[in-house]
Structure formats: structure tokens, C-alpha cells
Design a protein around this ligand. Structure first.
Ligand SMILES: [Zn+2]
Length: 154
């Protein structure tokens, strides 16, 4: 299983975080939610992204894409700010042709928010961190509403 080392933003302890896990990762020292940033490809996308218990922001990117190199740090910043509420999953489209076809990726970066495996929001092109965060917050609200059928009444 792929793991990444993430430093807790609350206490500074380095934690090893698996790409796929039940629930969401917390700091082993202070229990604060940890930023969850993982990579996935054709083989492990189901386990890493679709089976996640929290909304997933998928970053479809490519090594040759200039705007992707600008968006990736912004996404990591937003994923850190929203630790415990979102999981960031990066997909290199050149190494994941089946996913690129399935999500009909025409341009990179393309950002897709998945909740329980279905698409909640999608946008193509680069944007600065504050705009990304605003877009993502709205997608998270939509995800929360989908979880609460009572909110659909009226
Ligand atoms: Zn901590």
C-alpha cells in the first residue's frame, strides 16, 4: 500500500498516511485531522477515490502541463486547509489512460469532486487557491446535502 508522510498542522508530528483507508486519517499524537493527499491510477482508483468515506477532489494532471504545476501546490494548500473534510487524489492522465477516457479528460488540469464515487462538481483549467477553495466549499455543501435527504424537502 502506498503511504505518504504528512506533518500535522496542529502539533508538527510526522504521520504516515495510507493512500486508501477506512474513515479519515488523524494525527497519532494529538488526534487532529490530517491533510489527506494521495496518488491513484487505473488500478487503484476504486480503492483510493471511489471507496473513500469523505468527498474526494481528483486532480487530473500531466507532467508536460505548465498550469498543472501551478495548480498542484494550490490544491495541496486547500486540502491542508480543509483537512478532515476532503481527500485530494492526483491522477497522472498519461499513466492512467482508462481513467482519462472514463472521465473524458479533454484538457489538464481538470478537477473533479467525487462523493461516494459519483461526480458532484467538475472544472477544467487553472485557478488560484482562493477561487479553488470557494469552488470546493460549494461542492462540499452539495455533497453534504446529498447525504441528508431531509434537506431536499421543499
Ligand atoms: Zn498532531
Amino acid at each position: 500500500m502506498n503511504t505518504t508522510t504528512v506533518r500535522c498542522t496542529n502539533c508538527g508530528k510526522a504521520n504516515r498516511v495510507p493512500a486508501a483507508a477506512h474513515g479519515r486519517p488523524n494525527c497519532g499524537n494529538c488526534r487532529a485531522p490530517l491533510p489527506w493527499i494521495a496518488e491513484a491510477g487505473d488500478d487503484d482508483f476504486a480503492a483510493v477515490a471511489e471507496e473513500a468515506k469523505l468527498p474526494v477532489l481528483v486532480d487530473f494532471w500531466a507532467t508536460w502541463c505548465g498550469p498543472c504545476r501551478m495548480v498542484s501546490p494550490a490544491l495541496e494548500q486547500v486540502a491542508t486547509e480543509l483537512a478532515g473534510r476532503i481527500k485530494l487524489v492526483k491522477v497522472d492522465i498519461d499513466r492512467s489512460p482508462a481513467l482519462a477516457r472514463r472521465f473524458q479528460i479533454q484538457a489538464v488540469p481538470t478537477l473533479v469532486v467525487l462523493h461516494h464515487g459519483s461526480t458532484v462538481a467538475r472544472q477544467a483549467g487553472a485557478a488560484p487557491a482562493p477561487a479553488l477553495r470557494q469552488w470546493l466549499e460549494r461542492a462540499l455543501e452539495d455533497s453534504a446535502r446529498a447525504d441528508d435527504p431531509a434537506a431536499h424537502a421543499g
